[in-house]
Design a protein around this ligand. Sequence first.
Ligand code: FES
Length: 208
Amino acid sequence: MLAGRVRRLLAGAPSLSRAQVTLLDAAAANKLLPSSARQLTVKVAGADSSTVRLLDIFVIRDADGQLRAFENYCPHAGGALNMLPDRFFTRDGAALLCTRHGARFAPADGSCFHGPCAGDALHALDIALCEAGSVHTTMVALKDLCENGGGAYILREADSPEAQGPLVQRPDESLPPPRSRRARSYTTSEGQGARAPSSEPSTHQKLK
Ligand code: FES
C-alpha cells in the first residue's frame, strides 16, 4: 500500500492521511537537480462544493539533495517570490530569493535570514517521498496551507474552465498571479477597493 511505502521528509509535520496528492512523479522528481525548483498550481477544494482554490506552490531540491515544498508567497509584502518560472534560488544555489525586494530564505526550513522580512518564514507544505521517487502531499495539508498560509491562491467556481484541469498542473500564464494580501482590493457593488466581507478570508480573490 502506498501509504506504507512513504518516507517522511519533514520532521514534526502532521501525519499524512490516505488522501494522497502526487505533486511530482518519479521522473519529474529525478529531473529536479540540486538548487532547483518546480512551480506548481494545485487544485484544492474550496470552503464549499461550489468553489475551488488554485494554490501556487513550489517544490525544491536543496543543495544537499533534500526535497521541500513551500507556498509561493513572500511574508514581506505578499505575492509570489519569483518573476520567472521555476526560478527561486540565488545564483550560488544557497538560498531562496524573493525577487521583489531581495529577501533570502533558508531552503531547509524557509526562514528568512536576510532582507525586509528577516525573522519571518515561508509557509512549508508537508510532503513525502515514495520509494519509487515520486513526491506526495495530502489534501489535508493543502487545505491547511490555504487556510493558514499567506493566501497564494485564487478562488474559482467549481464549474469554471480553470477548475476543470488536472489536480496538479504547471502554472497557467492566463491566470492572474496570486495577489498581495496587503495590496489586495476588491471590486464590489460598493466600488473598487472595498474591503473583503469579514466572513471571507482577506486573501480570497473575488469570483469571476
Ligand atoms: S515582497 Fe518579497 S521581499 Fe518584499
